[in-house]
Design a protein around this ligand. Sequence first.
Ligand SMILES: Cc1ncc(COP(=O)(O)O)c(C=O)c1O
Length: 395
Amino acid sequence: MKVSDRTSGVEYVIRDIISYARKYESTGKKIIYLNIGDPVKYDFQTPPHIKAALIDAVMKDENYYADSEGVPELRKAIVEKESKKGFSVGDSDVLVTNGVSEGLDMSLASIVDSGTEVLMPGPYYPPYSSYVKFYGGKPVEFKLYEDGRPDMEDVVSKINSKSRAICIISPNNPTGEVFDRKGLQQIVDIASEHNLYVICDETYDSIVFGEEFTGIGRVARDSPIILLNGFSKGYLMTGWRCGYICLNSDSRKLDSLRENIPKLARVRISANLPVQMAAIQALRGPQDHIKEMVHKLCIRRDYIVKRLNAIDGISCRLPRGAFYVFPKIELDHRWRDDREFVLDLLNSTGVLTVQGSGFGTQFGAGHFRIVYLPNENVLEEAMDKLESFVSSSSK
Ligand SMILES: Cc1ncc(COP(=O)(O)O)c(C=O)c1O
């Protein structure tokens, strides 16, 4: 039977690689999973007061459809959070979604037409390009310097009459790099000059190491900014699926979008109600778990970066946020590309990572992504295996 041509462009390497892992596991061998950015699968658990709020909501029979735009009290709590980060937003400019993923889908569905080009940082989180392609558009990668700053010459050279939006992911997945104030300002300025939307994903805003996070709100003024954020990572609610879209209240250029995005929200009825009740408590309740999580992650980051840089043929920058590293591999004659490297590593050692080219063929190729959420013992075992794999391959 025929399936739509649209779906053929859809891919998600982070999960697609699992089929190879299953095959490997079916031979009775053990896998070390370093491929999915889900802290709740490792030793990070949803804080008890958030779990209690979910149970409470269910037991109080808050199990019906919510308002399509989201529970009013949650929208208020989101306004409080994002306003503190400097973003200008009122309750009516917040839309609660089933994860940031749905927020991204709705945003791109609302602005991408056939032939539209959307600029995104190279490398980027794969659904950005998948959704753009799904809606008939073309993803265009722009270059980031190694420290995460955008190469503005490259950005400018890629803007044309078909461009409609520039995406920012900060901290970024897969590099863990963070846009600084100057980089954000440069993107916002160039987008305003060329009448482009800015989609800014701050999913990892609470997971930054040793520095204050700067949100896009600090430089937004009246620019057409669509801010995406959610509860999966900082509040350890991955499986519950809750996120949101905020539109810059000071931007008149967003007025049509303000009318149109809620239509998509109505078609899918609503986000999960008991989870929204728990999300209110996530934002308003104790925040201690964040500090503990960042502390634990910082130790794991330092460990993995040190181990990676000690391997001949691998080099890795110290990321400033999130929980990923994106090392570069010297492929030379040993592997045809990063995908072959990742599959060879899996089949030889059981260590499962993701090929860099899945995060953008132009700037992701020649790298692989490692999730450093597991505890130090697991990371040590994985790094020992990687080290002997690379050194035996060079003989
Ligand atoms: C940059 C980025 N945005 C969005 C998401 C998806 O988040 P959610 O679980 O809220 O859909 C992820 C998940 O890894 C991510 O890394």
